[in-house]
Design a protein around this ligand. Structure first.
Ligand SMILES: C[S@@+](CC[C@H](N)C(=O)[O-])C[C@H]1O[C@@H](n2cnc3c(N)ncnc32)[C@H](O)[C@@H]1O
Length: 274
């Protein structure tokens, strides 16, 4: 079978369980062959040998069992970085890149700003800020030692320096004062968990998903941890933006505003400590 034929068949098979079957099939085949995805198109008529086919079949079977592509590949792109990803932490999402964009907008022009990333997971937000605002002094916390070990690996992999601390956000936010507190906290309501796609529910850490008041705790904690005029930037779940904006307003934050994700849903809420 040729590259083109294998892709067609894998796409058909994955289409039963994945909304991104063609993309999944291409990413997994590129990974199996040790090539860039774009190279598949110049090699469309190349036959695969048996070893390549077996390796690819195994990856497709994992994806058909709903394992996320990012975990199968073991790495995933976020902003300008390629981060290691595995079940120790949430897979960084495209909407979180907009959280970073809003955070960077507030840091622009500040010299050596202090930044706290609450619930850092793979380290995605903290590392992207350290990468794109190089003199920022970034601290990142998580309650999960497993997530922190992955974030540490990603710091080493990217060569970026951030401070990583094991800390429970419900005990208040450590250190400071910070110019910016940024967070993508867990925000799924416990009763919503069964409604999530199996790819998420059965593979990603529940500690990273289920909220139970984390957003409120970060907003409260940031009041103490921010410098006057410091900013808070929060990712929220679909449909949660207006409640979170009201929460920030009620706590006395000024200039509360929301930013949509690439699909037009309000997913980032921010405010200024007065
Ligand atoms: C939605 S994930 C975000 C991960 C990463 N920041 C990202 O955007 O990809 C939330 C993170 O918060 C962490 N977390 C959950 N409860 C926490 C708590 N009580 N204190 C600190 N971190 C917590 C989880 O371990 C998880 O890594």
């Amino acid at each position: 079978m040729t590259v083109g034929e294998v892709l067609r068949r894998a796409t058909e098979h994955l289409g039963k369980t994945s909304e991104t079957a063609r993309l999944d099939a291409e990413l997994l085949l590129a990974h199996a062959l040790g090539r860039q995805r774009i190279e598949l198109y110049t090699d469309f008529d190349r036959p695969l040998d048996n070893g390549e086919l077996d390796g690819y079949r195994e990856l497709v079977a994992r994806r058909a069992r709903r394992e996320p592509v990012a975990y199968i590949l073991g790495e995933w792109g976020f902003r300008r970085l390629t981060l290691a990803v595995d079940p120790r932490a949430l897979i960084p999402r495209p909407e979180t890149e907009i959280v970073v964009e809003r955070a960077l907008a507030h840091l622009r022009g500040l010299e050596a700003p202090r930044v706290l990333d609450v619930g850092t997971g793979s380290g995605a937000i903290a590392l992207a800020i350290a990468d794109e605002h190089p003199d920022a002094r970034v601290t990142a916390i998580d309650v999960s030692p497993a997530a922190l070990s992955l974030a540490r690996e990603n710091a080493a992999r990217t060569g970026l320096t951030i401070e990583l601390l094991e800390h429970d956000l419900r005990e208040g936010l450590p250190g400071g004062p910070y110019d910016l507190v940024v967070s993508n906290p867990p925000y799924v309501e416990p009763d919503e968990l069964p409604t999530l796609m199996p790819d998420v529910r059965e593979f990603e850490p529940h500690l990273a998903l289920v909220g139970g008041g984390a957003t409120e705790a970060v907003a409260n904690g940031a009041l103490e941890a921010l410098v006057p005029e410091g900013r808070i930037v929060l990712e929220v779940g679909d449909g949660q933006a207006s409640a979170t904006a009201a929460l920030l307003g009620g706590l006395g934050y000024a200039d509360v505003s929301t930013t949509p994700d690439l699909t037009g849903r309000d997913r980032v809420v921010e405010g200024r400590r007065v």
